[in-house]
Design a protein around this ligand. Structure first.
Ligand SMILES: Cc1cc2nc3c(=O)[nH]c(=O)nc-3n(C[C@H](O)[C@H](O)[C@H](O)COP(=O)(O)OP(=O)(O)OC[C@H]3O[C@@H](n4cnc5c(N)ncnc54)[C@H](O)[C@@H]3O)c2cc1C
Length: 434
C-alpha cells in the first residue's frame, strides 16, 4: 500500500498520464481542470493562453477551437467533454448503478466524514457505496496543509490525506462514484432509495449523510462572475499558480484564512489579510496567529471590508474600506481568496429530514418528538446519536447541526456512525426486517 500511495504521488507530481489542452482562461477548461485535479487524476495541462508555442495534434487532425478543451487519456480523445463524459471515460463513475441492489450502507458525500465512515464500514464487512457530486476528499482536499490532524506532525495536504483514505477504503472493497449528486431520499419497501442527478437510483438499508457545507460568497458586485478567474475559495498550488507572483488578498478571520495566508505568503509578493473584526485571535488558532505575525509579507488589515471588485474577465484589483477610520484604499491584487464560512449542502433534503434554522441536519438528542413525523419504522424508539429524523439515516461532519468544523471531528463522527449502523441493522433484524 505504501508503494502504491507513493507511486501515485510521484505520477501526479510528474503530471504524467492524461493530457488536457485548452485555454487557461476559459471557464469550461478551468472547470474540467479543477475536476481532474480534485479527483487526483494525474494529468498535464497544456495552456494555449500560455507560453506553449504550438498545440499538439494527437490524432493528426488540426486542433479546432470547437475541440477545446481536449482531453487525451490513453487511446481516448475527448473533444470538449462534459464533466460527466470525462468522468465516464476515466472510469470514475461506477457502472450498473441500480436500486435493485441494496447496499448495507450508502454514504453521500466523500469528504472526511464520508471517508471516515467508509473506512470503518468496509473494514467491518458492510457492503458500502460512496458517492460525491464533485470530488472524493471534500473541502479538506482543497486545504494546502492540515497541521492539526492526529499523527501528522509535519502536517499533510488535504489532497494527500484524502488520497490515503480512499486507497485504504478501496483496499477493503469500497465502491465509489463521482460525480453523482444526490437529489432526494425516500423510504420504499423497507430500504432507502437515493435518486441521483444522472437519473440513476441507489438503494441501501442505511444511509450516512456527509454532504458538508459550501462556501459563502462576498456580497459584492462582480464577485461571482470572477469565480476561478482570480476569485477563489481554496488556496492550493493550482490557485497560487493562477495568481502569479504579485500581491493577493485573503478575506476571513478563521483558521482557513490563516492557513491560506501563510501558504500564499510563499508564492505571492505580498498577502493582505482582510478582517471585519478587530482581533486576529478572535476565531483563529493561536499557532496560526503567531505564524502570521512573524511573516513579513503578510499585512493584516483589521476592520476592513471589500467594497469593489475590479476586472471583467480576470480580477484586476479591489477597493477596500476601513470601517472604523472610514477611508477607502485600492489594492492591486491578482487573487482574492474568500474564507467567510459556509452553508450546509442539505437543500436536497428539504421536507425529508428535520433541520435547524440554518439548514443543518438535526440528530440524536437535538431532535424532539415534534420532528419525528415519519413512519416509526423502528417502533418509535428515541433517536440514536447522529441519527436524523429518519431511522437508519445518519448525519456526520460539517452538515450536522452542532458539529465542530474540523477534519478530525468529521472523521470521528463518520467512524462512530458505522457502529450505529450496526446497531440499527441489528434492531431491524430483531424486528424481522433484515
Ligand atoms: C481551505 C480549508 C482548509 C481547512 N483546513 C482545516 C484544517 O487544517 N484542520 C481541520 O481540522 N479542518 C480544516 N478545514 C475544515 C475541514 O475541511 C472540514 O471541517 C471537513 O472537510 C468537513 O468534512 P465533511 O466530510 O463534513 O464535509 P466536506 O469536506 O465539505 O465534504 C462534503 C462532500 O459532500 C459532497 N456533496 C455535497 N452535496 C452533495 C450531494 N447532494 N450529493 C453528493 N455529494 C454531495 C461535496 O462535494 C463534498 O465533497 C478546512 C477547510 C477548508 C475549506
Amino acid at each position: 500500500m505504501n508503494a502504491l500511495v507513493s507511486r501515485r504521488a510521484i505520477v501526479i507530481e510528474a503530471e504524467s498520464g492524461a493530457r488536457l489542452i485548452g485555454h487557461g482562461g476559459d471557464p469550461g477548461t478551468r472547470e474540467l481542470r479543477e475536476f481532474l485535479t480534485r479527483n487526483r487524476v494525474s494529468h498535464h495541462f497544456i495552456d494555449l493562453d500560455g507560453s506553449d508555442p504550438t498545440a499538439p495534434t494527437p490524432d493528426g487532425r488540426p486542433l479546432a477551437e470547437d475541440d477545446l478543451p481536449l482531453l487525451i487519456g490513453g487511446d481516448k480523445i475527448l473533444r470538449a467533454p462534459t464533466i460527466l463524459e470525462a468522468a465516464t471515460a476515466l472510469n470514475l463513475r461506477a457502472p450498473n448503478k441500480t436500486a435493485k441492489k441494496a447496499w448495507d450502507t450508502l454514504i453521500v458525500g466523500g469528504g472526511p466524514g464520508g471517508l471516515g465512515a467508509a473506512v470503518y464500514a468496509v473494514t467491518e464487512g458492510l457492503s458500502t457505496m460512496m458517492i460525491d457530486s464533485t470530488a472524493l476528499g471534500g473541502q479538506a482536499s482543497t486545504s494546502s496543509r492540515i497541521e492539526n490532524y492526529l499523527g501528522f506532525p509535519a502536517g499533510i495536504s488535504g489532497s494527500e490525506l484524502a488520497e490515503r483514505a480512499i486507497a485504504q477504503a478501496r483496499r477493503f472493497g469500497l465502491r465509489t462514484a463521482v460525480p453523482e449528486r444526490a437529489l432526494s431520499l425516500r423510504h420504499e419497501d423497507g430500504r432507502y432509495v437515493v435518486a441521483l442527478d444522472s437519473g440513476d437510483e441507489l438503494a441501501a438499508r442505511t444511509v450516512v449523510l456527509a454532504t458538508g457545507a459550501s462556501y459563502r460568497q462576498l456580497p459584492v458586485d462582480g464577485c461571482a462572475e470572477l469565480n476561478g478567474a482570480g476569485v477563489f475559495y481554496a488556496a492550493t498550488l493550482v490557485e497560487a499558480r493562477m495568481c502569479g507572483s504579485g500581491a493577493v488578498a485573503v478575506v476571513g478571520g478563521g483558521n482557513s484564512a490563516g492557513q491560506a495566508s501563510i501558504f500564499l505568503s510563499g508564492t505571492a509578493e505580498k498577502v493582505f489579510l482582510l478582517l471585519r473584526g478587530g482581533d486576529l485571535g478572535a476565531s483563529m488558532s493561536q499557532y496560526l496567529v503567531d505564524k502570521i505575525e512573524a511573516i513579513e509579507n503578510i499585512e493584516v488589515l483589521l476592520h476592513t471590508e471589500v467594497r469593489e471588485i475590479h476586472g471583467d474577465a480576470v480580477l484586476a484589483g479591489l477597493t477596500v474600506e476601513d470601517k472604523r477610520a472610514g477611508g477607502r484604499r485600492d489594492l492591486d491584487v491578482g487573487g482574492l481568496f474568500i474564507f467567510i464560512g459556509a452553508d450546509p449542502c442539505t437543500e436536497w433534503l428539504d421536507g425529508q429530514l428535520a433541520k435547524d434554522d440554518d439548514g443543518f441536519l438535526l440528530t440524536g438528542g437535538e431532535l424532539d418528538v415534534t420532528h419525528l413525523d415519519v413512519d416509526p419504522i423502528n417502533g418509535g424508539r428515541p433517536s440514536m446519536p447522529l441519527e436524523t429524523s429518519l431511522p437508519g439515516v445518519f448525519a456526520v461532519g460539517d452538515g450536522r447541526a452542532g458539529s465542530i468544523k474540523r477534519v478530525a471531528s468529521a472523521v470521528a463522527e463518520g467512524s462512530m456512525s458505522v457502529s450505529l449502523v450496526h446497531q440499527y441493522l441489528a434492531s431491524q433484524a430483531a424486528l424481522g426486517r433484515s
